[in-house]
Structures are given as structure tokens and as C-alpha cells.
Design a protein around this ligand. Structure first.
Ligand code: GAP
Length: 503
């Protein structure tokens, strides 16, 4: 295993362990051995998640004049999913290993022929991963050595399994067993979860758990236009659960089967300069990531090549993030044309045109769609915030959460728990702070240990009440998580400081 891979795996392991230890994220149904692809958010995780959603809602809906909010139902008429194309085509290519019974996404299983002096001596396969090229080359080197082949090893040109020629299926080794001959040809697998609605259990009762929140927006577009005072360009935003029966949920909460999305459908004129508006959205999304504590240099852009776009899409750019397991999609920003509204107009028989006052014309608007996974951005935030350093010769792990989204904003700590006058004063300050901010009360243990506990869960500030507070000038100690610097401030200064920092 390469060094980089080992250290990235250990960073991911440390994040997963901290999430469990401190109550951010638990495996779903853990007491029954877990349930693959599902997660539960504990006391700290639920605060972090709520703060992320609140920050997005504030910035994208409440602080903009051109976006309206919506909360549509998770289960909608199945006709919606026929019209949107999900029933016919929302699938991933799947491949099974007949021996191990493992199932893979065919486009995430990579293979290459191994050639020595131009002659193929076998095949290697790897699962998609930041280090897959290095892993495949190491496996090829081993194959050559083991087979006693002399000569020059050719370059390992990885392709995904969907690109394999049918004659190669039998030759490509299963990633589970390392042996060839057990992989099936790829076949399409629809990712929508089915359920039954009502008392009947025949096919007429089949409905779907929504795989995206977007269709709830398109289905309500007419309602918002008819009841609100929107004018082009305008957007409709929604936060809510989405469900996908992912073939290979993986990388903790990165790809799960139940997750949340924060989506906007931004409606524009068909004649608008969509490239400029698309760019504005890409920049706005990047800025938002920075505002919740993700450094700009960790965010990349992946422009989808034209030949890989869906037939209705004019352009898609993903904002990517450097996760410990590689650079991956974080936020998809797509120009979807008027495909969805046109489909719903056709299937429902309801017109979807809007009258544009500015141009006195009627048209079905085009749409730009920034779509972000709550859980995925939460993982990016955890990754960006996680660090380890040394304080006073002691190793500490800390979460450098942006104060906006930190689960607790401030911890209040009486220096000693057995001095009632200290505790009473501290409790008074705590209760005052609690009216405005989510605060943590911790009265037990050595003060250094208490600071460390707060560092580990990312509380930006600690306020310590000591004998100077009650006997001298009433000031408290304000300690900064990142610098560990401490300064004495009055109660008024404390409140003014926190008000300024927590917007
Ligand atoms: N309405 C468009 C749409 O749903 P998508 O690229 O399939 O597009 C958008 O998903 C975003 O939702 C992704 O960029 C990602 O942040 C999040 N997402 C998608 N599938 C996910 C999964 N299985 N687990 C967690 N997040 C997911």
C-alpha cells in the first residue's frame, strides 16, 4: 500500500472513530450489526447538520430576493418519476461476482491487461480509488514476478468494466477473490426504492421514495408561479431527504442510501446568457463553502465533457473536494435546459409557460440546478476541520469548525465545581448565553482536560469563571480553540464579541 494511501486511510479512520466516540455519527441499527448505507446522527451530529442546513437556507433563500423555499412530500405520484425519466433510466451499471456474491458498480471497477514485451500475461482489476493506478501497477509487477516473465512490463491503461469487450469478462479477476471467471456482464440496476401506497399490493400501488428533491420543485413550479410574485429569473429551493438504492454505498457518509439534498432550481429565460449565470452560480456555491469553513484551495472544478452530458443538459460543472479517499464530486451545478418542465407539461397536460413581463413573451423557462448533498458537505466539513497538533507537549485532536456551524458555540466552565459562588456565577452567565447560542456546560475535571474535550468537538470558545471573576473585576477568561490564547474580558465584551463573530 502506498504511503499516501495509508496516511489518507488513517485520516479517514480517525474521523470515523472521532464521529463515533464523540457522538457525531453512528452506524444505523448498530445493535443489530449495522445496516449498510444508512447512518444515524448523534447529539453533536444533529447540531452540526442543522447548522449546515440553516446556513444554506439563510444564504440561499432568506438573504436573496430571487429564491423561494419549498418542502414537498417524499412520496409523490409515480407519474412524476415516469415523466422525469427516472423509472426508465435512473440506473447504474452493476456487476456481480458469482463466487464471493459481492456486487460492484461496473463503472467503478477498473481493469487492464498486463503485457510483457507486448504479450498479454493476464489481467488486473482494482476498485475506484485515489491510489488505484499505483495499486494496479503493483499488482501487474507481482503478476510478472510470480509468473517468472522476463522482459519489459507495458503501461497499465485502466478502463472501467463498462468499456470491456464481452470476450474480456471471463479474463478480468474479481476484486473480491483475485481470480478471473466469476464476474457477470454489466447490467442496469434502477436505484429507486419502491414502496406500496394504500391497501392494495399489486403493481398499481407501486410508488417510489424520491431519489432527488428536484422533481418536487418542478412538480410545484406552477403553484409557486401562480401564488407568489416571482419574476424571471427566480429560484425555488428545497432541503430534504432523498433515497437511492446505491449498489456500493461507500466511504462512510459520502455515498449512502438515505441522505439529504439541498437543491435549487433557478429558472431563467431561454434567451438568457446561461453560461454567465452558470458561472455566477459556480462562484456563489464556492463562496458558500468558504463561508462554512472549507478552504478554497480544497475545492476544485470538474467540467463534464460535452460527449458525457445527458441529452437535455447544456453543461454541468461539479465542485469537487479533496476527501481523504481522493478528489470527488461535492456539488453538482447543472444547466438542465427546459427538459423537466417540458416533460411534466407533456405528461400532466398542464401548461408550464411563464409570462415574462420584461419581454412580454411566454415561454417554458430553462433551469440551472445547484444540487448539494447535506451529508456529503458535512463529511467535507469534518475533513477540512479535523487536525492534530501539540499543546504544552501533549498531542491534541481538534475540529476547527467555522463558528457558524460548530455544534456548540461556547462552553462555560466554572474553575472549581465545589465552590458554590463560582458555580452560581458561571451558571448565570451560561443561562444568559444559552438564550442566544447553543452552549455547553462543563463543571468537572481539570480545566486543561475540559479545554481538550471542547477542542475535540470543535467548540470555538471556552469561558472560564474563576476567583478573579467573583472577587475582583468580574472579568472572565475567554479562550480561543485554534490559538489556545486566553484573554480576560468583561461580560459585556464577551457578549459583544460573540455577537460579532456569530452572524
Ligand atoms: N437533482 C440532481 C441530482 O440529484 P446528483 O448529481 O445525482 O444530481 C446531487 O446529486 C448531489 O447529491 C451530489 O453532488 C451529492 O452531493 C449528493 N448525493 C448524490 N447521491 C448521493 C448519495 N448516494 N449519498 C450522499 N450524497 C449524495
Amino acid at each position: 500500500m502506498s504511503k499516501a494511501k495509508a496516511s489518507n486511510n488513517s485520516q479517514m479512520d480517525a474521523i470515523v472513530a472521532l464521529c463515533k466516540r464523540r457522538g457525531f455519527i453512528f452506524q444505523s441499527s448498530e445493535i443489530y450489526g449495522g445496516y449498510n448505507g444508512f447512518f444515524d446522527f448523534g447529539p453533536l451530529g444533529v447540531e452540526l447538520k442543522k447548522n449546515i442546513k440553516d446556513a444554506w437556507w439563510k444564504d440561499m433563500v432568506q438573504r436573496r430576493d430571487d429564491i423561494e423555499g419549498l418542502d414537498s412530500s417524499i412520496i409523490m405520484s409515480p407519474k412524476i418519476w415516469v415523466a422525469s425519466g427516472h423509472v426508465g433510466g435512473f440506473s447504474d451499471p452493476m456487476v456481480d461476482c458469482k463466487v464471493s456474491k459481492m456486487r460492484y458498480r461496473a463503472d467503478q471497477l477498473f481493469y487492464a491487461p498486463v503485457q510483457v514485451d507486448g504479450e498479454t500475461i493476464g489481467y488486473v482489476s482494482v476498485l475506484e480509488d485515489g491510489a488505484m493506478q499505483a495499486d494496479a501497477e503493483a499488482a501487474a509487477e507481482k503478476m510478472k514476478r510470480k509468473g517468472g516473465h522476463q522482459g519489459e512490463l507495458g503501461p497499465i491503461a485502466l478502463k472501467d468494466y463498462t468499456e470491456a469487450d464481452p470476450s474480456e469478462y471471463e479474463l478480468i479477476p474479481s476484486p473480491a477473490t483475485g481470480e478471473a471467471g466469476s464476474l457477470t456482464p454489466p447490467r442496469e440496476f434502477n436505484l429507486m426504492f419502491e414502496t406500496k401506497v394504500g391497501a392494495l399490493s399489486d403493481s398499481s400501488a407501486t410508488a417510489y421514495l424520491r431519489p432527488e428533491t428536484a422533481q418536487g420543485i418542478f412538480a410545484n413550479y406552477k403553484n409557486v408561479v401562480d401564488t407568489g410574485r416571482v419574476k424571471i429569473p427566480f429560484g425555488i429551493a428545497q432541503i430534504g431527504k432523498a433515497f437511492r438504492n446505491e449498489i456500493t454505498p461507500k466511504n462512510f457518509i459520502f455515498r449512502s442510501r438515505e441522505f439529504e439534498q439541498m437543491e435549487i432550481e433557478y429558472f431563467i429565460s431561454p434567451d438568457a446568457d446561461w453560461k454567465t449565470i452558470h458561472r455566477e452560480w459556480i462562484d456563489a456555491c464556492k463562496q458558500w463553502l468558504v463561508s462554512v469553513g472549507i478552504a478554497e484551495e480544497l475545492v476544485g472544478e470538474d467540467v463534464h465533457p460535452e460527449d458525457k452530458l445527458s441529452h437535455y443538459s447544456k453543461g454541468t460543472t461539479d465542485l469537487t473536494f479533496h476527501f481523504p479517499f481522493g478528489e470527488q464530486e461535492l456539488w453538482g451545478i447543472a444547466c438542465r435546459g427546459n427538459f423537466d418542465l417540458t416533460q411534466h407539461a407533456e405528461h400532466s397536460g398542464k401548461p408550464m409557460e411563464i409570462f415574462d413581463e420584461a419581454t412580454k413573451s411566454k415561454y417554458v423557462p430553462h433551469v440551472i440546478e445547484p444540487s448539494l448533498g447535506v451529508d456529503r458537505v458535512l463529511l467535507a466539513i469534518l475533513t477540512a476541520a479535523f487536525c492534530e497538533d501539540e499543546v504544552g507537549g501533549e498531542k491534541r485532536s481538534l475540529m476547527k469548525f467555522h463558528p457558524r456551524i460548530a455544534p456548540y458555540k461556547v462552553a462555560v466552565l466554572p474553575l472549581l465545581k465545589n465552590k458554590p459562588e463560582l458555580v452560581e456565577r458561571a451558571r448565570g452567565i451560561y443561562e444568559k448565553l444559552q438564550r442566544k447560542f447553543n452552549c455547553f456546560w462543563d463543571a468537572s475535571g481539570a480545566i486543561g482536560r475540559r479545554y481538550r474535550r471542547m477542542d475535540e468537538i470543535g467548540t470555538p470558545w471556552c469561558v472560564t469563571i474563576d476567583f478573579d471573576t467573583i472577587e475582583k473585576d468580574g472579568t472572565v477568561t475567554l479562550r480561543d480553540r485554534d490559538t489556545t490564547e486566553q484573554k480576560r474580558v468583561s461580560e459585556e465584551e464577551l457578549f459583544a464579541f460573540l455577537d460579532e463573530q456569530l452572524f
